[in-house]
Unconditional design. Structure first.
Length: 338
């Protein structure tokens, strides 16, 4: 019997490691929250919101992404946002999620850090109880803001160590190299936070080198442009640094407009630990399963490649060794049954 790729992808136990919770804000919820919180939006209805999602670059998207955040005000809003994502992930057989949040996107407009984290954490706890989904929270620094602002944000995280596992770096990459945050990352590592960073999405491969050398990251988010430097690819393979790749994001942000040209194939051939993720699913037209389906189709991925990608997500996760093994056992049981 021929291999049913779609059934395999849908049924596979999954993990997502690159997901901005603010990027799961669906237009319907944006309109509802705008009403609930009396926020004026430049859109009359859901169709107008969707129509605005045409991006020529990362910055085009970020402008809308930060504008969209303005409807998120109360702990309940952050709870509803996170719980909606987790419900969706449960329906997609996702077993583990590592969620980014952008506190400065909220504190800069007067929302308290604790309001944001309390809402997200409550939803994660509920989803663990109800669905058995495990999670880690990764707090991102906005790289277009100053080092001082990042340090201030790190101070908040230090009060909440039991709920924040790692730190990340996102927002406008060009002109904001990882080295701008070397001192913040050193302090964060000393406080015990696991470091990751977006690098090589729009920025050059040298930013990926900086993320490794200056920030000492354990994973690279995106990393597409690392492939422009063969020595760097070799290093990433040797040091077993995972890459969290986001196909539909790359397509919609014009990082890779044609997915048949996506560097994932080269990453797999170079034996990099690459994973599939959705980044900002509401803005980019698809959640985790959609990303798997889109890239599997564009690159004609076979069963072996899909198994590798699925397994890598657990291997590259921040689960404890014991929980990682449990998740991998479950994954292997699925593949031998299928
Ligand atoms: N913030 C949310 N999504 C992002 C992305 N893809 N790159 C950089 N910053 C982001
Ligand atoms: Zn991202």
């Amino acid at each position: 019997m021929s291999f049913d790729k779609v059934a395999f992808i849908r049924g596979m136990p999954k993990a997502e490691l690159h997901l901005h919770i603010e990027g799961t804000l669906e237009p319907e919820m944006m309109m509802d929250l705008a009403k609930r919180n009396q926020v004026q939006l430049p859109y009359e209805n859901v169709d107008e919101v969707r129509k605005a999602y045409q991006f020529g670059s990362l910055q085009d998207f970020l402008d809308l992404y930060y504008a969209g955040m303005s409807v998120l005000k109360t702990e309940r809003d952050f709870f509803d946002l996170t719980y909606a994502y987790l419900t969706r992930m449960h329906q997609e057989n996702t077993r583990h999620v590592e969620i980014f949040f952008d506190p400065q996107g909220h504190t800069e407009r007067g929302i308290a850090f604790d309001t944001v984290l309390d809402g997200i954490s409550a939803a994660l706890e509920k989803a663990q109880k109800e669905f058995g989904i495990t999670s880690r929270v990764i707090m991102c620094f906005l790289r277009h803001l100053s080092e001082d602002s990042a340090f201030e944000t790190l101070n908040h995280a230090c009060r909440c160590k039991s709920r924040i596992f790692g730190i990340g770096l996102d927002s406008s990459e060009k002109g904001n190299p990882p080295s701008k945050f070397s001192r913040v990352y050193r302090a964060a590592r000393e406080e015990g936070f696991a470091p990751v960073a977006h690098a090589g999405e729009e920025g050059p491969s040298s930013y990926v080198c900086e993320a490794l050398d200056d920030l000492k990251v354990l994973r690279i988010d995106h990393g597409n442009r690392a492939l422009e430097d063969p020595a760097l690819v070799k290093r990433i393979a040797q040091e077993k640094i995972p890459l969290t790749v986001c196909p539909l994001s790359n397509k919609r942000l014009q990082v890779c407009p044609d997915l048949t040209q996506h560097p994932l194939r080269k990453m797999l051939d170079a034996e990099l630990i690459v994973t599939i993720n959705s980044d900002d699913p509401s803005y980019f037209g698809g959640y985790l399963t959609d990303n798997f389906l889109a890239i599997a189709d564009a690159l004609a991925l076979d069963r072996k490649a899909l198994e590798t990608l699925g397994r890598n997500a657990f291997v590259a996760s921040f689960l404890s060794d014991r929980d990682k093994q449990k998740a991998l056992d479950e994954f292997n049981a699925f593949t031998s049954r299928f």
